[in-house]
Design a protein around this ligand. Structure first.
Ligand SMILES: *Cc1c(COP(=O)(O)O)cnc(C)c1O
Length: 331
């Protein structure tokens, strides 16, 4: 399986390491836990959007764009990685940042990812919660186009079939590491939000005939909505491949019991996961995504759903820069 027919620009430090977490595994007394270090993709502190941007930015170059626009929450890791990719490749970058949590904290509004957006030379505008953010994004792009700027619009999270190719690539890469190490995994677990990561992984595993079940831990939408959206994007992503195998609805599984009070609002389990991983493994997780994913995994191990004798790979999607926007939760 190769992706060489798709335009791509190298942005990430790939392949990312696959590492054993012996102290966390021992503390939980359940399965052997491994981690795929997609927090180490390299671009402006890394994270999962870098893989997607390799394919999206290549499309922007092909279309002769001068400016890329995207949208996300205020502490969007996607916005920050897009700003960095744009800087590296010589694009202007404009961001729409939605205040989904309604926070008025200056740490949240100006530090963490927002600080890095600014350092990368991106411009941004705020939006209140609950607007149709994709329409806002199209409207913003239309304004720049009217001024004669050629724009390329990246949807929130970089989650369209082109962006999902980044996680098809991750699925292929992981299968290569499994072959090299001889490790068998019983489950793959990761945080799922705008769906591109899970859709890409499910599509990638289909294309390499991996039987490893994938579990997305939701950070925003309820289960039915999340699974339906991931499934639709998986189908569209597989359409990019001639003669691709079919994805079944039951191949897409999300557990959305760990959202807590809402998107971007730290949960007790997430804060515990941040402390455990930092103290036991020297790893940093973020309260919005990866820690809620980790909290789901920890809880399911404690409930006995994943057992001793099994082996799990958790895909670390990054986000630790957001910790600086949430400092007051750790006082
Ligand atoms: C965006 C993001 C996710 C979710 O990935 P999607 O492709 O949007 O589902 C998970 N973790 C982090 C740190 C992210 O920034």
């Amino acid at each position: 399986m190769d992706l060489t027919s798709f335009p791509r620009v190298k942005l990430g430090h790939l392949p990312t390491p696959l590492e054993h977490l012996p102290r966390l595994s021992e503390a939980l007394g359940g399965p052997e836990i491994w981690i795929k270090r997609d927090d180490c993709t390299g671009l402006s502190t890394g994270g999962n959007k870098t893989r997607k941007l390799e394919f999206l930015m290549a499309e922007a170059i092909e279309q002769g764009a001068e400016m890329v626009l995207t949208q996300g929450a205020v502490q969007s890791n996607h916005a920050r990685q897009t700003a960095a990719a744009a800087a590296k490749l010589g694009f202007k970058c404009h961001l729409l940042l939605e205040n989904r949590t309604g926070s008025e904290e200056s740490l949240y509004l100006d530090n963490g990812n927002v600080l890095l957006d600014t350092l990368h030379g991106a411009t941004y505008e705020h939006r209140p919660a609950d607007l149709d953010m994709h329409q806002e994004l199209l409207d913003a792009a239309a304004k720049f186009e009217a001024e004669g700027v050629k724009t390329y619009v990246i949807p929130g999270g970089g989650s369209n079939p082109t962006g999902a190719l980044g996680y098809v690539n991750c699925g292929i890469e992981l299968m290569g590491q499994i072959n090299d190490t001889g490790l068998q995994f019983d489950h793959l677990i990761h945080a799922t939000g705008s769906q591109g990561t899970q859709a890409g992984l499910v599509a990638g595993f289909k294309l390499v005939s991996s039987p490893i079940p994938i579990l997305g831990i939701g950070v925003r939408a309820p289960k039915d909505k999340q699974e339906a959206a991931v499934f639709a994007l998986t189908q569209k992503t597989l359409e990019l491949f001639p003669n691709a195998p079919e994805v079944k609805r039951e191949d897409v599984v999300a557990n959305c019991n760990y959202v807590g009070e809402g998107y971007g609002i730290p949960s007790e389990g997430g804060l515990e996961a941040i402390r455990m991983c930092a103290e036991l493994e020297g790893l940093l997780f973020d309260p919005v995504y990866s820690a809620k994913g980790m909290a789901g995994m920890i809880d399911l191990i404690r409930k006995g759903e994943f057992k001793k004798g099994e082996r799990i790979v958790f895909v670390h999607t990054g986000g630790s820069v957001a910790l600086f926007g949430y400092q007051n939760y750790f006082a």
